[in-house]
Write a protein that binds this ligand. Structure first.
Ligand code: GLP
Length: 240
């Protein structure tokens, strides 16, 4: 793991964003694995600024999101579909037909998971996968468990994740299930960029970097990825 500790979330946004900028410059048809949550928002703003100043063109870029809530309408303000459009897609020239997210409302969830895995297998894995991290070490929605997950699947969220994410929802409205790329799918990315800021992520950072590789901290698998870059601020790094 290439661990980079920077002073501020703004510096992280630029440093992580530059990896995406370079990739899209080199390959205008880059396949980007994207993530939701607060962690990537500033980096998305940096990408938007690079698009607005005419430096970046997303017209041939394709995106593949990590996860989506189940049983939440796609147009809901808290769906990851809405999040991605509000925070990035509506502000750059990516084509809607190049945007991919798993469908958390599919009637046949098994078929939907296989469809998403086939999509990712057909492109040979994304060129770069962006990740945030949950305070319990989850990546995507891969919660701590007794075994690492493989492909895309429907997951029951843990109480800890429901507590963390329910701040965005009206009382009792937070979905308890989600569909997520599995850890195995995430690991097929050619490069991984993880962003963690703030003290609430400090325990997860320590377990991910210093702990053993264990499904009880799903992010610890990144120790075995050949090209994983971890960006964190001083607060997130405070327990390393
Ligand atoms: C959610 C998402 C994860 C994200 C995590 C942390 O559970 N499924 O992909 O990494 O939240 O979010 P934040 O960046 O807001 O701390």
């Amino acid at each position: 793991m290439d661990v980079r500790i920077l002073n501020t979330p703004e510096q992280i946004a630029v440093a992580a964003g530059e990896i995406f900028v370079r990739l899209v410059k080199e390959n205008p048809k880059a396949k980007l694995g994207l993530a939701t949550g607060a962690s990537p928002v500033k980096m998305y703003q940096y990408l938007i600024s690079q698009y607005e100043n005419g430096y970046l063109d997303f017209s041939e870029v394709a995106s593949y999101n990590l996860d989506e809530y189940c049983d939440l309408p796609r147009a809901d303000k808290n769906s990851y579909y809405t999040f991605m459009h509000e925070n990035l897609f509506s502000q750059i020239n990516i084509k809607e037909e190049h945007v991919h997210l798993p469908n958390g409302n599919a009637a046949d969830m098994d078929a939907e998971c296989r469809r998403y895995d086939r999509l990712l297998a057909d492109i040979g894995g994304v060129d770069v996968q962006l990740l945030g991290i949950g305070t319990n070490g989850h990546i995507g929605f891969n919660e701590p468990a007794d075994a690492f997950t493989e492909g895309t699947y429907k997951v029951k969220l843990t109480d800890s994740t429901i507590r963390s994410n329910s701040i965005y929802f009206d009382e009792g409205k937070m979905p308890h299930y989600a569909v997520t790329m599995g850890v195995g799918t995430i690991m097929t990315a050619k490069k991984i960029v993880l962003i963690a800021t703030g003290e609430s992520k400090a325990d997860a950072m320590r377990a991910m970097i210093r702990g053993e590789v264990t499904p009880h901290c799903p992010a610890s698998i990144l120790q075995t990825h050949p090209d994983a870059v971890i960006f964190m601020d001083k607060a997130a790094a405070s327990k390393l």
